[in-house]
Structure formats: C-alpha cells, structure tokens
Design a protein around this ligand. Sequence first.
Ligand code: NAD
Ligand code: WQD
Length: 342
Amino acid sequence: MGKKKILVTGGTGYIGSHTAVELINEGFDVIIVDNLSNSSADSLDGVEKITGTRPEFEKFDLCDKAKVIDFFNKHGDIEAIIHFAASKAVGESVDKPLLYYQNNLNSLINLLEVMNAKPSISLVFSSSCTVYGQPEKLPVTEDAPIQKATSPYGNTKQIAEEIIQETIAANPSMKAIALRYFNPIGAHATALIGELPIGVPQNLVPFVTQTAIGLRNELKVFGNDYNTPDGSCIRDYIHVVDLAKAHVVAIKRLIESKNKRNFELFNLGTGRGVSVLELLNAFEKSTGVKVNYKIVERRPGDIEQVWADTKFANDELGWKAQSTLDETILSAWNWEKHYRNK
Ligand code: NAD
Ligand code: WQD
C-alpha cells in the first residue's frame, strides 16, 4: 500500500514545518499549501535536510475557494488535512478584526466544503488555550467553560471550533480533532527549522532569544504584581517537537478510525505551569547567557495563569510531552544562534 498523503496547510510556518518533519519521519507523504504571508519557503530546505525528503509545495491562498477546489481535484489521494494556516497575532487582530475573521474562517470553511463533499478526508485543526480565557480551575480540562474571547484572534478559534462541530453534526460521516495548544516554544534539535517572527516578536521566548543575542536591548517583563508565587504570569510552555508529534498521533487516530467521537478536542501542553521569571532563570542557567530585562506594567489582556490538564490527551492519545523546560529553551537558543550566524 502506498504512503498516506496528508495536506499540511500553513506548513512552511513554525508549527507546520516541525509537523511536516514528524509526518515524513513516520512514513507519511506530505503536501504543503501556504501563501507565505507569514513564513518563507526556506523552511522547506530545512525539512528536506532533516528528513531527506522535500515535501510537495503549492503556494496559494486558502481563502480562494476556486483554488482550493482545483487543488483537491488535482490531489484526489489526500486522506487528511492538518489545518495550521491562520493569522495569529493577537494585537494585530484587535486593529484588523475583519482580516482575522476573513482569513481564519474563510480558509477553514473552504476546506470543510471539500470535506463535506468527500467525508473520507478528515481534519486536525489548530486551536488554542486562548479559548479558556482565565480558567476558574487549574489545571484546565477540556470541559472547562469557554469564556468570551478577549481578541478577534481568540474569537476566530472559538468560532472555528463551533463551525467544525456544527458541520460534523450535520454530516456525521465527517470527522475532526481540534487540538488546543498551550504555548509552543523551541525548535528542531538540528536548528535547521524554528520560529521566525516577522518584525518585533510579540511572544516571550523569541523576544528572550533575540535580546540574548543582542538584537533587542531589553526584554520587558509585563508585570510582577500578579497573584502568583513570584508575581509574574504563568503559562504552559510546550516544545514544538512534542506538539508536532501529537499531530501525527491525531492523524493516525483519524485515519485508523480509532476516534471515539466524530469531533474530539484535546489540550496539548506539558501540564506544568512556569512563570515568566522562572523561564528567564531557566534560560540564563541552561545557556549561561544573561538576559537584560526590566519589570514594567502589565500587558493589557494578559491572562494571569493558565496551564493544561493533560490527562485526557495522555490517556486517549497515548501521547505525552517529553522534553524538559531546559531542553526546550536550549533548542530555542540554538536555533536563534544558528539562524543569526548563517
Ligand atoms: P505561523 O504564522 O508560523 O504559520 C501559519 C502559516 O499559515 C504561515 O506560514 C502563513 O503564511 C500561512 N497562512 C496564513 N493564512 C493563509 C492562507 N489564507 N492561505 C495559505 N496560507 C496561509 O504560525 P504557527 O505558530 O505555526 O501557528 C500555526 C497554527 O497554530 C495557527 O492556526 C495558530 O493560530 C495556531 N496556534 C499557534 C500558537 C502559537 O503560539 N504559535 C498557539 C496556539 C495556536
Ligand atoms: C507569555 C508570557 C506575557 C512578551 C499568546 C496568545 C495566545 C497563544 C500563544 C495562539 C505572558 C509575558 C511576553 C514580552 C513578557 N497564541 N511576556 N514580555 O500571551 O500566553 O499567548 O501566544 O493561539 O493566543 O495570546 O504568549 O508569549 O505573548 O506571553 O513578559 O515581551 O510572557 O505577559 O505572561 P501568551 P506570550
């Protein structure tokens, strides 16, 4: 039997490129679609160097319905889709809400239309812990109530989950898994692929590594007066390779029909909460490099603390994040050094 073909949308991006590697390593045939709005096709070189295989790649916008239909007509052998493609900058989504609703929802709807017509194609969707807002109970479980989104970006993830769920309810031969990522960080151990934010990084770890390497003068730590042990916010930082591996498990679950419901939802985190100051200490200790930082005001919209209850994913998927915080941070640092010294 031939290799199973998986469409990875957004596959030249951060999480998509790491997932392409894990899929190829597990014997899948990967075809990537990306419009390169937030990534570069250079990541394909990295994937090829790591795996020895260059994934097929087509550049187009998934919001273009005619192109999506043409694509699936041409590639009738696609068994499943991992839909990473989306715009993901929280602050930008507040300034440009329509861009976010257009891009994140239209791309999804176009794929669901194809699946509706051919339900043997299953879907893994990139959701986010942002849907939980500030949970009342920690660690947060998948059945925790969804809270009103604090940004249009967050709202697109809530609405997307609903759209998938309702579409499947109307066509029960369809199936999908939504994965709610906590905070993905780090890079592939080879440092050949990694996170490449365009412009000034909004997320903590790329800002830390860019400060440590001298590209930024100072990291601002947003608040030390939260109700947490050291006063800084707490998150669940998960190694992107652990996250990528969970996608392979989810794809196999769908392809092998091991899913228990047609729509399933899993938290993907480590189960460990780490504060901003703890992460900085861990960075300095594991790399031996000091980070120039200053405590400043809280960042509006930040959640005080959130980390995942991973039991459901651990038990049902048989998957568990393996990397330690130190390993994860070191991989981010190695990527930064490798990329800047190219
Ligand atoms: P990324 O920006 O690196 O990758 C997304 C890719 O999608 C980019 O390469 C971009 O060019 C592409 N893309 C965007 N719109 C497109 C369109 N209309 N047509 C074709 N390609 C398009 O982001 P990432 O960090 O790899 O995130 C992947 C997914 O995971 C996103 O859906 C994101 O919302 C979600 N997510 C990310 C995080 C995180 O912290 N990185 C956390 C939770 C969820
Ligand atoms: C982590 C912590 C900051 C930068 C965002 C999205 C969320 C999800 C992941 C997609 C916070 C602090 C940060 C800095 C800092 N994405 N920080 N100085 O906010 O948990 O989540 O990315 O779904 O939806 O909201 O991640 O990396 O921005 O921040 O002190 O320069 O680091 O306050 O406590 P966040 P982050």
